[in-house]
Design a binder for this molecule. Sequence first.
Ligand SMILES: Cc1ncc(COP(=O)(O)O)c(C=O)c1O
Length: 367
Amino acid sequence: MDKIPQVFPWVGAEELSNITKVIENNWLTEGPFCKEFSDRLNAMIGCRYGVFAPNGTLALFLGLLALGIGPGDEVIVPDCTFIGSANAVILTGAKPVFADVSRETFQIDMKNAEGLITGKTRAIMPVHLFGMSSDMKAVMDVAGRHGIKVIEDAAQGIGVTYEGKHTGSFGDVGCFSFFADKTITIGEGGYVVTGDEKIYENLLYLRNQGRLDRGSFIHPAIGYNFRITDIQAAIGLAQLEKLPVIIKRKLEIYRLYREGLDGISEVTFPGVEKGSNHVPFRVVILVPDAGKLMEYLDKRVVQTRSFFYPLHRQPCFKNGGSAGYDGAGLVNSVYGYDHGLCLPIYPSLSEADIRRICGRIREFYGE
Ligand SMILES: Cc1ncc(COP(=O)(O)O)c(C=O)c1O
């Protein structure tokens, strides 16, 4: 029997039909489909400006560069996130400093984060993890009081709002990913939004070899190539059309899991951050022994994923040896890693498969 995968992109006729139009246009690089995809994203997110990047990690890198972050600076990043959040900081030459997360929601703990602010701190990067928003009121309060920038990692945040406002639209910049496991996908891709004209101008120069015009060989600034293709944007537009259905289906799946796992005393679900809606990015559960349950499910054809390995423990960061790297105060990210796991969720996941997965978990706990 095939394994029930963790995620499975929902692409088909709508995407194919759009791709055909790109081929018929004979315009493969950023063109009309990118323009329309960008306009629609800006309208949905509620930001005036936005630019594409080749992936979410480079969207964060681009956003940080546009804020002028570089060597000698520190950026506060939650300890429980995908390593790309921190690597984007490292790419700029700045240092990521790790803050703990809430044990209830696994979003950045702003009390802990505020204690890490030093004279070198230039920005904070809340990460909207697992389909909910961080506490943006607390983030913006702390950032405002200390005069630091906010770069939102909304890689998992499409469709996610805080007090009715879309994630990514609170900070100086907000960054999204369209990787294949994301709520909407274009295969690989990223997006950076901002409401600030100057930051937007920086983004434009940085992403297009330090110039505004494509055809010109005069480059007023240093920049790179962060462009995507119209083929990707064509897929993105089809995905955006499907977004309401994707969100509805994800919520149904989440409800079916909650019902299916109800009454197993070992299984609990994290809470949703106050003020946030919930667009389940993963179905996250907390159990006494995440590793053992994952091993059991893996042998019984269910693909699971652990929580992110706490960043301060990453072998590649271990030698940092200063604030945020020694693990002091970083207890909840470790708790999440020890107890949390992610169950499969994707639009075509059947009710029968959800019942099977829940049945296996019941079996494991001897019910
Ligand atoms: C929270 C978070 N940040 C950053 C990224 C990086 O995005 P990408 O894989 O598109 O580079 C991801 C996704 O993988 C993510 O989940």
